[in-house]
Design a protein around this ligand. Structure first.
Ligand code: MN
Length: 351
């Protein structure tokens, strides 16, 4: 494998678009939640591990999450990453109560904006918000984008078991659409009602549970009709679209059958008719955690080469050899440049 370098020697810059951080104040809030008797079981599985395990992997993630300086930059250099698009880690503010979530979203955005101002050529930020208070979330997104220079919004999937398909959250969609920024719908642990049998099998986390829950969330948003109300809204999904591209045929068939038979009050006819039309026109997909050419090619073929982007998933999954594997994909040079660089530049308005 040739040595990885930043600077575009291979014909493109590498822009990693789903990279995580957590300010120490958020870590301390998570510690307090973990100490409670009624702690959410999925959260306990996720953050109980990363904050308290003595394993080398957990400790490295814990340390790197909190760094927005020297160690992160050195890791980027060692992996040939020119720029990170950074968001607060899942579950972000969304495990907190409403008032704490509101205050934390402002702190997160201030902290991330400072880091981006210190390293404007290496870091780009996504705005945090607290969906627990939709009106504040919309205002905070406005502040983070207009005043702090954030180029997208992160939502770490459900908020206390509630989904953005609920119109009470739509001020968030309205703000994102009006500001012309995408929403990165990032996983967190499945809610209490879903996580039980997954936990028992050790499948609640990034291995599978995250993808199932986040893919489900994205589908709920589509079938709710939210995109008919906010037609310009763009949502980014990591992990190869949480497998939704692979599901498209069956989603279209069964959604159509469900609508025609009037089986569910929730499931109404959609303006674009097919679920897949929304996946193709209102979604971007990143390959975070999936350094696998066949899956990337399938998404490019089905969703479009202009809608599939590179992401690493630092610091949770960041082996340098994955960068080499993706560099070696047998894609035309212009498509590889779209994947690693220009799609991100367009979506996050970097160039
Ligand atoms: Mn991630």
């Amino acid at each position: 494998m040739p040595e990885l370098q930043t600077g575009g020697h291979q014909g493109y810059l590498r822009i990693a678009t789903e990279e995580a951080f957590a300010p120490p104040e958020l870590i301390r809030a998570y510690e307090r939640i973990l100490d409670r008797d009624d702690v959410d079981p999925g959260f306990e599985s996720l953050m109980g591990f990363y904050l308290r395990s003595k394993s080398e992997r957990a400790q490295a993630v814990f340390r790197r999450l909190q760094d927005l300086g020297a160690e992160r930059l050195a890791d980027m250099d060692a992996r040939g990453i020119d720029r990170q698009v950074i968001a607060v880690t899942g579950p972000g503010t969304q495990i907190l109560d409403r008032d704490s979530g509101v205050a934390m979203s402002e702190l997160i955005n201030d902290r991330l904006a400072e880091a981006c101002q210190r390293h404007p050529d290496r870091f780009t930020g996504m705005a945090a918000c607290a969906p627990q208070d939709p009106a504040h979330a919309a205002k905070e997104i406005e502040r983070a984008v207009s005043k702090l220079g954030m180029r997208a919004v992160v939502i770490n999937s459900h908020t206390h078991g509630e989904y953005l398909s609920d119109p009470k959250f739509w001020p968030i969609f309205e703000a994102a659409e009006a500001l012309d920024v995408a929403i990165y719908l990032h996983p967190q642990t499945p809610p209490r009602d879903m996580v039980g049998p997954m936990l028992e099998a050790g499948l609640d986390g990034a291995i599978f549970g995250f993808g199932v829950e986040t893919g489900f969330h994205a589908l709920r948003i589509i079938t709710s009709g939210a995109f008919d109300r906010f037609p310009k809204l763009q949502i980014v999904l990591g992990h190869m679209g949480e497998a939704l591209p692979y599901w498209m045929y069956r989603l279209d068939y069964m959604h159509n059958a469900g609508v025609r038979s009037n089986r569910y009050p929730f499931m109404k006819p959609l303006k674009k008719e097919k679920v897949s039309n929304y996946l193709r026109e209102n979604f971007y997909i990143t390959n975070s955690g999936v350094a696998w050419e066949p899956a990337i090619r399938f998404a490019q073929e089905q969703i479009g080469v202009d809608r599939v982007l590179y992401a690493m998933d630092y610091p949770y999954q960041c082996p340098p050899e994955e960068v080499g594997i993706l560099d070696a994909m047998s894609l035309p040079p212009q498509v590889k440049k779209m994947f690693f660089q220009t799609n991100a530049e367009r979506l996050f308005k970097l160039a």
